[in-house]
Design a protein around this ligand. Sequence first.
Ligand code: CP
Length: 311
Amino acid sequence: HRHLLGIEALSADEIGRLLDLADQYANMPKDDERARRLLRNRTVMNLFFEDSTRTRTSFEVAALRLGADVINMSVGTSSIKKGETLLDTAMTLNAMKPDVLVVRHGDSGAVSLLSQKVDGSVINAGDGRHEHPTQALLDALTIRRRLGRLNGLLVAICGDVLHSRVARSNILLLSKMGARIRVIAPTTLLPGNVERFGVEVFTDMRKGLKDVDIVMMLRLQIERMQGAYVPSIREYFHFFGLDYEKLAAAKPNALIMHPGPMNRGVEIDSEVADDINRSVIREQVEMGVAVRMACLDALTRPLTGEKGAAQ
Ligand code: CP
């Protein structure tokens, strides 16, 4: 592949190899000298049309640890503010010959469109409600390192599934890797015909969480609900917020995950989020760097080709 636009285009074997590579990066000291030579003289551009803390900074850290030159284009102070279009912006940046463009955009499909116009590789850092492939990969790596496998696990994805590119990429990845998936949400926050993704659907947290290995919470994405039904926060937390009482239905050692940013007290109780034994939210962030190193590495040097620092 020249681009990473979504999990949909990847086979289980490719996902497994990417996770193996990311696992090696996760075990490597952050100043590994061989890694630092791998992307020397390569240019990685971050182009984020939507806000980000984790994804943008971890792509930057990942690129720097591989020795690349990194440019963070600030959309807020760019000529987009003067009316320049997405494609004109892409062509302008393309003329500066980046090797990799990391792009986040509010419209589903915008990153794919941009990838057809540029010469380098494009990584989707989240496009609308469509996909957030590196998030699903880092979630999978976190689970695999904790539980040793993905195959056969029972995973509950809970909350605002309708607006969530994280949910979509996770459903695609985890089902390709042999996990069973439940989605738990109010009917107003479920996509139409969600069963087509091969998931079991629940509208009751206690029933849906019964005996699951993984509880994956989603942020309530109020910013994507303009003109639509917005639940009351108090009512939402009462029925769908993860607290210890609802968590009791899951397996005793079930892992608690959240892609961040979290709304404490909305979709997750603060104490549960900070549970030192069961919450792996900070580990997810840590694995984000390793996964993004693996993606940058794999796109600039095919996995089957020349040996890299992690092989
Ligand atoms: N999980 C995630 O994508 O976080 P950011 O929006 O902070 O990048």
